[in-house]
Design a protein around this ligand. Sequence first.
Ligand SMILES: Cc1cc2nc3c(=O)[nH]c(=O)nc-3n(C[C@H](O)[C@H](O)[C@H](O)COP(=O)(O)OP(=O)(O)OC[C@H]3O[C@@H](n4cnc5c(N)ncnc54)[C@H](O)[C@@H]3O)c2cc1C
Length: 395
Amino acid sequence: MGDRVVIIGAGQAAAQLALSLRQGKFSGSICVFGDEPHQPYQRPPLSKKFLSESAAPESLFLRPANYWREQGVDIGVGIRVERVDRSRQRVVLADGGEAEFDHLILATGTRARELRVPGMALKGVFSLRRIDDVLRLRVALDDARRIVIVGGGYIGLEVAAVMRAAARDVVILEAEDRVLKRVTSPVVADYFDALHRRRGVDVRTGTGLAAIEGEARVTAVRLADGARLPADLVLVAVGARANDELATAAGLECADGIVVDAFAKTIDPTIFAVGDCTRLPSRRYGRRVRLECVQNAIDHAKAVAASILGHPESYDPVPWFWSDQYDVKLQMAGLGEGYAEALVVGDAPAGKFSVEYRSGDRLIAVDAINDGRAYMSGRRRIAQETEAIVSPGNA
Ligand SMILES: Cc1cc2nc3c(=O)[nH]c(=O)nc-3n(C[C@H](O)[C@H](O)[C@H](O)COP(=O)(O)OP(=O)(O)OC[C@H]3O[C@@H](n4cnc5c(N)ncnc54)[C@H](O)[C@@H]3O)c2cc1C
């Protein structure tokens, strides 16, 4: 086992990998480089509680700074890796410094997808991915009454819920014909659409954004049909794309995500990639997937640690995810894309129900609304029933 591990990115996956290596008695050096000015932290609260509270960044840290020191994990924050030199097994840092590796792990995550419309650079236009985005947003919210959220995905809807709790006027613009279109079925999307409307959000589906307007700062948005809506603050939440440029430049295969095998290895035996930035083979679902969830960041990192520690395990998860909006908890397990049948179980009008997605005779995904029990049992059943399609040929 080579004894120098370098991890690029200091997010959820990087932290878990360092922890798992030390828990597995890895005695070599572990060096983590992260371009944000913070210790590794959890992102989910950014669009939920942390946005509305005045809590300090430290409250999101996965471990206190002294913990990493005690574990002999060298976390370099505010340090961007500019290049991977595969032939010399080194990474090159923004300040020109270099670090040598025996195992390199790319844990570079994703960044907010940008919209190509005029006005994106105006003051008062935000995306939400990092602690520092929230710190700036909190300040801007002090004098913002009319909020326009572009994108009706999880982050957009979660932020809408926080904004309504703070009595702001909120409009959601969704280009598709329903919210959450990419990730769930019409029945669940309709439930959340109605929930937000009941709470006073102006949800506009099938509505494209043409431009963001203002002199120095945003004052309005112009819609594709020419209508104008006044706005003090615009949040663009239209998805994320993988930070895979370093890998591409290093000659590693990428396809909106760094392509890895079932052991999180790239085509270079010394280089792994982990978490949101990867495109990994799912034998359960018979395709390559890019997952954006904490479960994947953690479990994928554990799989990489196992490989480095010399007992590789193939990784093929049932992914799971959650979202909190107002007092509603959505928990999702599996991947529902391509389902043939959606079965509603429980009391939908009362707001406690689940939707089971089936393909043939298999349960492939479940969405549970305020129903933790349905979620847990669904997750178990998906694991059993999708295992049946695992075969060496379909990765
Ligand atoms: C607002 C928000 C809410 C979310 N809510 C949920 C939720 O409710 N449930 C859930 O399961 N998941 C949620 N997620 C997703 C979850 O946070 C991610 O899946 C998880 O953080 C992925 O971990 P990661 O380590 O792969 O990437 P990240 O946590 O994104 O970390 C990657 C890090 O690498 C850094 N980096 C990139 N390139 C370089 C470079 N060249 N040099 C140095 N550093 C670099 C990045 O800046 C970043 O700090 C949410 C995400 C966001 C943004």
